[in-house]
Write a protein that binds this ligand. Sequence first.
Ligand code: WTA
Length: 658
Amino acid sequence: MSTTNASTYRPDPADLPLLRGTAIDGMPAYEALVNEAQTDRLGFWARLAREHLTWRRPFTRVLDESNAPFFKWFDDGVLNASYNCLDRHLDNGNANKTAIIFEADDGTVTTITYLELHARVCRFANGLRERGIGLGDRVMIYLPMSIEGVVAMQACARIGAPHSVVFGGFSAKSLHERMVDVGAVAVITADEQMRGGKSLPLKSIVDEALAMGGTDDVHTVVVYRRTGGSILWDETRDCWLHEIEEAQPDTCEPEWVGAEHPLFVLYTSGSTGTPKGVQHSTAGYLLWTSVTMNWTFDIQPHDVFWCTADIGWITGHSYICYGPTAVGATQVIFEGVPTWPNAGRFWDMIARHKVSIFYTAPTAIRSLIKASESDGSVHPRRFDLSSLRLLGTVGEPINPSAWQWYAQEVGGGRCPVLDTFWQTETGGHMIAPLPGVTRLVPGSCTLPLPGIDAAIVDETGVELPNGQGGLLVIKQPWPSMLRTIWANPERFRHGYYPPELGGNLYLAGDGAIRDPETGYFTITGRIDDVLNVSGHRMGTMEIESALTANPLVSEAAVVGRPDETSGEAIVAFVVLKGPRPADGDAKQIADQLRAWVGKEIGPIAKPKEIRFGDSMPKTRSGKVVRRLLRSVAKGEAISQDVSTVENPAVLHQFSQHT
Ligand code: WTA
């Protein structure tokens, strides 16, 4: 491994072939694939699974639908995800290709080749095994963006231990909740994380979570020394990551697992108060991350790929840890934040690392547009972005004006902008343009990828004609779909295959509409009680439960309101147990409640606004009138009929800002 100064660093000009380059070459090729998937669905998926994955024992069955919607794919096949992401590159001439260019918060750059990454993963995997961790054991990962994050995830995959990564911005309570639900035996964390020049604790949050009880199965806490900051140490449980690695050989026989073996469980928000553990398989998941790296991102041997997501979210799983490594790509991983030391950081990094494919969230783009308007020195035009050839977005709808700015100012009018629609549950891209194939329309994710059978239906499951908005569904199972909700199969069945739609359609939870002429899809936003704040999914119920857990609070209702930068902003309507606070006190109580939500869930869930009323506006049957609260949050005059509201006067109280 080499550490160099950021200013002198140039990427390793590895001139080595990728495993394969299978970009879709033109519209006829796209149509041929769509056709192949329609006429011989199983043959299509079997072909891709043979071409993209290296199997220890080939599968003979493609799809088992006997227990639908609990589908099984390639289930008698045997393989290992880490072998597919690492070992196979060592034999095909890519051993010395740069796998990761890691840039730390302070600009220090570290690179690691596939050979070195393989060795680190093997050493760490051996160390985990030595501590009795193996097939089927669940391991929590609570790490900053780092090479170690990828090493930890891949090491778990190597020994068949499903990982569950928790975003470093979640609180001890959220970590604890996930740890208990998944039944973890170990946690991998760091002493601290560095973001925007500040150190933030991680290990002490793990300690706090473990002190909450119900986690007796956790016998090991592995700590990556990131900052050297002082932490408490429990000799019986804690060990340093570098010490674990040091003592081990750099080869490790993978645990060969069945195709359906759970690769990971990743928690995400739904319509209830508790997050759900989305369980993914090994083969189907890895297959689609690899295929979409080729199809959507057209990954080529010389590309430098950069996905700015955090490994705590699905985007970081599919397009950092697994997809890029499965195809042997070179990628950038960034520890810090886009606005530090200034809002030109992304553009500066693209220029220095010669990034050719850049994948980020609309929120980041919108905030960088704002920043460059007030400070011309951080405008993307000030940087040499000529290495870019493809741009992507994910996580939330992108407004056409931000799309245009991204295409023009960042892409110089040369780079297609790929608006990729997908979800934690789908494992990889579902509806997305293909570079050089799809005519782009700002604000539309365009057409489903071959093999993805997307449609728009009404509330009874009847398909709607183009031009009519409705519910987005997927009609046929696909290999990278979630397999179940961890420890809650009924929540999976009811939530994703609702009986109202006939029980055989996957319900994405988003509204969508298709263009009458082109058939292009535009996603119109969530149809359930899930908010999308800066591309992060937050359940309104989760925030409400956190608020009502505060001793001051009697009732709470949370809604989203459109926000120029973050897409949606969280607005909480609160009724206190005591009297409604006077103007002077309201701000202080609101701050107190915001801090409370930060503790209960994490800083990302803090409401932007908290408003107080004497009671909650409800119908006579006792239902909170969320529709009206949404209007109030937007600052709209209430023109709707309020005759069904029992206490309409409180709507006026709630209209006041604190
Ligand atoms: C939203 C992120 C519009 C959508 C990969 C979805 C999008 C939720 C897009 C999933 C897009 C994601 N256009 N909306 N291109 N991509 N979404 O699970 O509401 O964190 O249901 O997965 O984000 O968020 P998740």
